[in-house]
Design a protein around this ligand. Structure first.
Ligand SMILES: Cc1cc2nc3c(=O)[nH]c(=O)nc-3n(C[C@H](O)[C@H](O)[C@H](O)COP(=O)(O)OP(=O)(O)OC[C@H]3O[C@@H](n4cnc5c(N)ncnc54)[C@H](O)[C@@H]3O)c2cc1C
Length: 394
């Protein structure tokens, strides 16, 4: 007889999103339920979180995304009191290096509109002319640029794996349970709630299920017959050495979408492939053509010191792309209020994780958002074919 246990909340996927949900549930005194996180690979080798670039920025175009990242910065600054266990220090290797978004003349008005929205919400970003860009970043080639926006504080990068581990450790210390098993089956049970079948032969019944399966979220939703438009797409990250120092290098985003930032004496960089070369699927093969054809030529033009670099290594990770609008899908299924989505974050789920964990825990405990209203990101917009475009997608 397989064991059959009961959880109040089962979280499918223990990456940074699932672990943030577990933490915010476990620490809330208004919630006394049993939380079980099902994670198929406790080494986290291929999950999105472990392969992320770790950036946190306020430079988004829509207010909810800005506010979620503002909460991430607050949370990172306060991480010792939030996540340390037994007074062991939590080290996220936070570098408050800023993002620098650059625009060509065609992109200038969009950049300016976005900056107005960000400043209106209190973001410490400043618009710079090409001359000001040259003064502030003397290593930058401003040819073809009409403007830039720089985050002077409240933006930068952290070590993604450390955040995941800190959420996980604290969630467990507060009573959340982690089980190393894949969810292989998910069905509504006759008595209400859900029945989960696990790869270790076990079964679990749960009153509430949170889908936090990252790039595999579509497959988990499909177990309940739900079509969730979230697909895995490969994103390459390249690690390069450059002998010439680039002082105060922020996370720079070229108008082409190519990005670069410093990392431990080296630089990491990448870009999204062209849309016609961006298939769905779980592909982890290292692909250097994008570097040779797009990333390096673009960077060498924008930062002439990068003409002489050495490519050291590369890795492939998966974005969980919401094909409707590349934005998150959050909250309950309209016909199954106890099945909650926390999916489709593309390249910004790491920085959304504190706000998403908090938001999903509020839905579970209070049945409504309390801190930040994220209703617009609900699943029902999929059925209405009503996208919320995010213009600043990297
Ligand atoms: C190259 C790259 C760069 C990025 N850069 C940034 C950035 O700069 N800033 C930023 O904010 N974000 C960035 N991201 C995005 C960010 O990493 C993700 O949005 C975030 O990590 C998603 O977390 P998650 O928990 O949803 O997914 P994951 O980390 O993938 O976790 C999902 C977990 O679910 C588990 N799982 C799946 N199916 C099942 C199942 N059936 N049963 C049990 N377990 C299951 C998986 O094993 C996995 O561990 C980047 C991503 C990549 C790939």
């Amino acid at each position: 007889m397989p064991d059959m246990k009961t959880a109040d909340v089962a979280i499918v996927g223990g990456g940074v999103i699932g672990s943030a949900c577990a933490f915010f549930l476990a620490r809330n005194p208004d919630f006394a339920g049993r939380v079980v996180v099902l994670e198929r690979d406790p080494t986290y080798e291929r999950c999105s979180t472990a392969r992320s670039v770790g950036g946190i920025r306020q430079q988004f175009s829509n207010p909810e995304n800005i506010r979620m990242s503002q909460f991430a910065i607050e949370f990172v600054r306060d991480v010792q009191s939030e996540l340390s266990v037994d007074d062991d220090p939590v080290d996220l290797s936070f570098v408050e290096g800023g993002y620098l978004f650059l625009a060509s003349p065609e992109g200038q008005s969009v950049l300016a509109d976005n900056a107005r929205t960000q400043i209106g919400l209190g973001a410490d970003v400043v618009s710079l002319t090409p001359q000001e860009l040259s003064q502030r970043f003397p290593w930058l080639n401003t040819d073809g640029l009409a403007a830039g926006v720089f985050g002077q504080s409240g933006e930068g990068w952290i070590d993604p794996y450390s955040l995941l581990m800190a959420f996980r450790r604290k969630a467990r210390a507060l009573g959340a349970e982690y089980r190393s098993a894949a969810v292989t089956g998910l069905a509504r049970s006759d008595t209400g709630g859900f029945a989960l079948t696990l790869s270790d032969g076990g079964r679990l019944s749960a009153g509430t299920v949170i889908n936090a399966a990252g790039p595999q979220a579509g497959a988990v939703a499909a177990m309940l017959g739900i079509a969730l438009p979230v697909v895995p797409r490969k994103r390459m990250v390249y690690v390069i050495d450059c002998r010439t120092p680039i002082d105060n290098c922020p996370l720079l985003v070229d108008p082409t979408g190519v990005y670069v930032r410093p990392e431990s004496g080296q630089y990491i960089c990448g870009t999204a492939p062209p849309a016609d070369a961006d298939p769905d699927g779980e592909d982890f093969t290292e692909d250097y053509s994008l570097f040779e054809e797009i990333v390096w030529p673009t960077l060498a033009h924008r930062i002439p010191a990068f003409e002489a670099i050495k490519l050291q290594r590369a890795w492939a990770g998966l974005y969980a792309v919401n094909t409707l609008d590349q934005n998150a899908i959050l909250g309950p299924h309209p016909d199954m209020p106890d099945f909650l989505f926390a999916n489709g974050f593309s390249g910004h789920g790491l920085q959304k994780s504190p706000a998403v964990g908090r938001a999903i825990s509020e839905l579970v405990i209070y049945g409504a958002y309390r801190s930040l209203d994220l209703t617009r990101f609900g699943f029902d917009r999929i059925g209405r074919n009503d996208p919320i475009p995010e213009i600043n997608v990297v």
